[in-house]
Write a protein that binds this ligand. Structure first.
Ligand SMILES: N[C@@H](CCC(=O)N[C@@H](CS)C(=O)NCC(=O)O)C(=O)O
Length: 224
């Protein structure tokens, strides 16, 4: 059996995706948090892009291995951990879910721009890009509770951190990002109630996340 060490950062949404998948699969792992903006040399040596998450795998009799990039880590866990799968068995449905996971990374990038905006004009540009993607997503989400219906999938793991960020922003200032998007609101609530998702962040996540945004004078919060 391998020993897994997840190198992450406390509020990183990409790290959360991996934690959610590990929780869903009931896999034990050790966690080591760093500050990727001031990463130690040993981390730079194993992370080609200088980004978290990185999964370090220690196997008996073999040198340790590392995987960077969330999508690659999720695929590795899906292929190696025995038990219930989080991707559909059908290759077409699986490929489509992978595509929506890629889409989720673009939603996170837009959310980053939204929360990093320091004035009304940049906030409006970021909001427009984000809302356009959220509307697109609304069009493919079914009746829930999850992306593909009753079964929780890796697409849910991928989007849950984005919805968590939106909920955290909304707790401080109404963003209106999900207004009128009833499928997404419902999906977001289902994800927030899922134990694997809830337990993927520390209890003080919202306070920590909002404090970080306030420190950078995020206009999304100041405009409220
Ligand atoms: N494409 C990467 C994105 C990971 C990412 O952007 N991580 C951020 C933290 S949430 C990071 O490490 N940034 C490096 C930095 O801030 O210097 C993945 O999916 O793993």
């Amino acid at each position: 059996m391998s020993k897994l060490i997840l190198i992450g950062a406390p509020t990183c949404p990409y790290v959360q995706r991996v934690v959610i998948a590990l929780n869903e699969k009931h896999v034990h792992f050790d966690r080591l948090d760093i500050d990727p903006t001031a990463a130690p040399d040993w981390f730079r040596a194993i992370s080609p892009l200088g980004e978290v998450p990185v999964l370090r795998i220690e196997r008996d009799g073999q040198p340790p291995a590392v995987i960077f990039e969330t999508a690659a880590i999720l695929d590795y866990l899906e292929e190696t951990v025995p038990g219930e799968k989080l991707y559909p068995a059908d290759p077409l449905a699986r490929a489509q879910q992978r595509a929506w996971i890629e889409f989720s990374a673009h939603v996170l990038a837009d959310l980053d721009r939204f929360s990093a905006a320091r004035d009304g004009a940049s906030l409006a540009i970021a909001r427009a890009a984000l809302v356009q993607k959220l509307k697109r997503l609304e069009a493919v989400v079914g009746g829930g509770p999850y992306f593909a219906g009753q079964r929780f999938s890796l697409v849910d793991a991928a989007f849950a951190p984005a919805f968590r960020q939106i909920a955290a922003l909304d707790s401080a200032a109404h963003t209106g990002l999900l207004d009128g998007l009833l499928g997404l609101e419902h999906w977001s609530r289902s994800l927030a109630a899922r134990p694997s998702v809830r337990e993927a962040v520390p209890d003080d996540y919202v306070a920590h996340y909002l404090a970080r945004l306030r420190a950078t004078h995020a206009h999304a919060l100041e405009a409220a």
